[in-house]
Design a protein around this ligand. Structure first.
Ligand code: TMP
Length: 220
């Protein structure tokens, strides 16, 4: 497949979507005419967005972690088969807000579950396709939750303001999420780049660009 698949990962309020916006501008300027696809998880197709709605709204306890994992991977399977693989075949540059690393961390490491079973379900769905490059936006859980709360208060009418099911899981859960992402970055060092996202968006952007330039394939 001739495209490039980049994902952004991290806890709540880590600034992933801002960085994706900045990268769209950068890729458009440096690769004019090239297809750039931005997408997100859970979501990315009409049916996967319906599954997202089940996952991110309502009370924190409403789903078991196993059911949550299966729904995440079901929505991802739709997204990969119907959007990501066709776009990679067309040669697109894909910028995706979260992907399988989020499941390995939120449903896996943060619950002390072995991630091998989750990997096996990804293999069943879509041969566990992995990104070419992943930026992990690392931010202390307290700061990230504070930012996410401010965003929700600033946009009370938006559907995203109701998507607080994971934010409501509490600070200890989010501290485990942060530690889980850092452990995963250590396991997949060649793919996952850690960005210090605790300061301004400009500070994160500088780090992303510096790493990106070194990591892009010569024949892109
Ligand atoms: P978002 O707020 O970044 O759009 O993501 C929605 C929530 O879903 C976020 O709190 C993280 C959570 N999530 C998981 O728990 N597992 C997953 O596999 C994905 C993609 C997201």
């Amino acid at each position: 497949m001739s495209g490039l698949f980049i994902t952004f990962e991290g806890g709540e309020g880590s600034g992933k979507s801002t960085q994706i916006q900045l990268l769209i501008n950068w890729f458009s300027a440096h690769y004019p005419g090239r297809e750039i696809l931005t997408t997100r998880e859970p979501g990315g197709t009409a049916e996967a967005e319906r599954i997202r709605n089940i996952l991110v709204t309502g009370s924190a306890e409403k789903l078991s972690v196993e059911a949550e994992a299966l729904l995440m991977i079901a929505s991802r399977t739709e997204h990969v088969q119907k959007v990501i693989v066709p776009a990679l075949r067309r040669g697109a540059i894909i910028l995706c807000d979260r992907f399988s690393d989020s499941t390995l961390v939120y449903q896996g490491l943060a619950h002390d579950l072995s991630i091998d079973k989750l990997v096996a379900i990804h293999e069943f769905g879509f041969d566990d396709l992995r990104p070419d490059l992943t930026f992990l936006m690392d931010v202390p859980a307290e700061l990230g939750l504070q930012r996410a709360g401010q965003r929700q208060m600033a946009e009370p009418g938006k559907p995203s303001a109701a998507e607080s099911r994971f934010e409501d899981k509490g600070i200890e859960f989010h501290q485990r999420v942060r530690a889980g992402f850092l452990a995963l970055a250590d396991r997949y060092k060649e793919r996952i780049i850690i960005i210090d996202a605790s300061q301004s968006a400009e500070h994160s952007d500088l780090q992303v660009k510096e790493h990106l330039i070194n990591k892009l394939p010569d024949d892109l």
